[in-house]
Write a protein that binds this ligand. Structure first.
Ligand code: KIV
Ligand code: ZN
Length: 511
């Protein structure tokens, strides 16, 4: 009998972080992990500890913070990777080691330069080694989507016999079509003699825009774990989006014989948090979490929805957290109300100083903006965390613009406590501000993307600025929010520049 539970394995912190420019700090990862726990995901893949010291300590911190979900660490099928994964997971209440090796002819021959026999032996060794640390071991044949069926059956049978409790089938390069991928899962489950001793999982990439469709086809054919990410973040075109998989299965219970334990009302909060932290904006027409996902523009649709909601709506917006963006706090709200509301939004402060810093900013914002919404609070908190421990700090900014004159900015930055003031002109105030910052820092980084978006409606709304910088193929993002968009722009640029101090050499798991 197939289980009716669909396990949600979130890999936002691992594969999601492999999106160029989406790297997260340890504290940011813990904040996202706590939001994922609130969302009630079953497994949180927290990172790849062998990649760098930063990755190791982030997995360790997530393992310590999470109480109910399983915390998983990725490792290549190498003894040293597995040992590091186990060490990083030491504090976890529930720990999983996820080990993988490539199985497609092209990967085995060109990348690994190993024979199929050696790959099977290495996979079995890795699973047995990981089982010395935990009973919860997952194995992935990387590039399974382009591997030969007979070889997949052989290696999966061997790793299940060696103790793998979950076998995950990745469509690493997003090559498969739904009927084909569903067929692959069906064949594996029916052909592998010990298939009933493991849970079959899928991990689909979105290169052809089919990651969610392929994952759902796999679920219909017996997969009982889906690996996915918030907002579909992930390597290249991303992974299957958690919110789409969860809501498809929930909405189409007439088709699916399983369901998840996700608290869907937390979806929007998690989506906004990930977007704020990574600086990856959610497109307006993105299913479930896009600004327009539940907005009806045409008169006929609006009329229909008013008469009977189901005429044009297949889900309720409230089910995924929309409509909960209440005006909650104002100028007269106290610290406790502020802290409680943020707790509901998944933001917990590590210390009284952090709370006080955020509260001071809240008071400042409440002076400028009458009504404070949840979105404002999230932007404000992201901004507070982003400026913690920064070596470069924005001290003062003055901008002048006049018809017929060149815009002009004067800026004071503190770098390691030393203040410098310069002024610069530019084609606009943002350009002048960025030129002034560069006159002080002389970073050599190139501004690749600049975007500004209003957090809520009205001309007194906060503007949220995201920037992406690149140098020698390395990408960094920065984020800033303020009711003054020139200030928000300066904060975003300074935030990105601060990240240049913490660049670490990292090993990519799949290289
Ligand atoms: O896409 C992939 O194959 C992966 C594996 C490491 C599971 O991310
Ligand atoms: Zn992947």
């Amino acid at each position: 009998m197939m289980s009716d539970k669909l396990i949600i394995f979130d890999t936002t912190l691992r594969d999601g972080e492999q999106s160029p420019g989406a790297s997260m700090t340890k504290d940011e990862k813990v904040r996202i992990a706590l939001a994922l726990e609130k969302l009630r995901v079953d497994v949180i893949e927290a990172g790849f500890p062998a990649a760098s010291l930063g990755d190791f300590t982030a997995v360790e911190a997530v393992a310590k913070a999470i109480k109910t979900a399983t915390v998983c660490a990725l490792s290549r099928a190498l003894q040293k990777d597995i040992d590091q994964a186990a060490a990083a997971l030491k504090m976890a209440e529930r720990a999983r080691i996820h080990t993988f090796i490539a199985t497609s002819p092209i990967h085995m021959e060109k990348k690994l330069r190993m024979t199929p026999n050696d790959v099977v032996a290495q996979a079995v060794f890795a699973v047995k080694h990981a089982r010395q640390y935990t009973d919860d071991v997952e194995f992935s044949p990387e590039d399974a989507g382009r591997s030969e069926l007979d070889f997949l059956c052989r290696i999966l049978e061997a790793v299940i016999a060696a103790g793998a409790k979950t076998v995950n089938i990745p469509d690493t390069v997003g090559y498969n079509l739904p009927h084909q991928f569903g067929g692959l899962i069906h064949n594996l489950i029916h052909r592998i003699p010990n298939a009933d001793q493991a849970i079959f999982s899928v991990h689909c990439h979105n290169d052809l825009g089919l990651a969610v469709a392929n994952s759902l086809a796999a679920v219909q054919n017996g997969a009982r774990q889906v690996e996915c990410t918030i907002n579909g973040l992930g390597e290249r075109a991303g992974n299957a989006s958690l919110e789409e998989v969860v809501m498809a299965v929930r909405t189409r219970q007439d088709i699916f014989t399983c369901n998840t334990q996700i608290d869907s009302t937390q979806i929007l909060t998690a989506s906004r948090l990930v977007s704020n932290i990574t600086g990856f904006a959610v497109q307006p027409n993105k299913a479930i979490v896009g600004e327009n996902a539940f907005a009806h523009e045409s008169g006929i649709h609006q009329d229909g929805v008013l008469k009977h909601r189901e005429t044009y709506e297949i889900m309720r917006a409230e089910e995924v957290g929309w409509g909960a963006n209440r005006m909650v706090l104002g100028k007269h709200s106290g610290r406790n109300a502020f802290r409680d509301r943020l707790k509901t939004l998944g933001c917990v402060f590590n210390s009284d100083e952090d709370l006080n810093a955020a509260f001071a900013r809240f008071k400042d914002l409440a002076d400028k903006k009458h009504e404070i919404y949840d979105d404002d609070l999230q932007a404000l908190v992201s901004d507070t965390f982003a400026t913690e421990n920064e070596r470069i700090r924005l001290v003062h900014l003055k901008g002048e613009t006049e018809t017929g004159e060149q815009p002009h900015a004067e800026i004071t930055l503190s770098v390691d406590g030393q203040e410098t003031t310069v002024d610069a002109t530019g084609s606009g105030l943002v350009d002048a501000t960025y030129k002034a910052i560069e006159a002080i820092i002389n970073s050599g980084w190139h501004l690749q993307i600049y975007s500004v978006k209003n957090v809520t409606n009205g001309t007194d709304a906060q503007g949220e600025v995201n920037v992406r910088l690149d140098k020698n193929g390395i990408i960094l993002t920065g984020h800033g929010a303020d009711t003054d968009i020139i200030k928000a722009s300066a904060k975003a640029y300074v935030n990105a520049l601060n990240k240049t101090f913490n660049l670490e050499q990292r090993t990519h798991p799949q290289v």
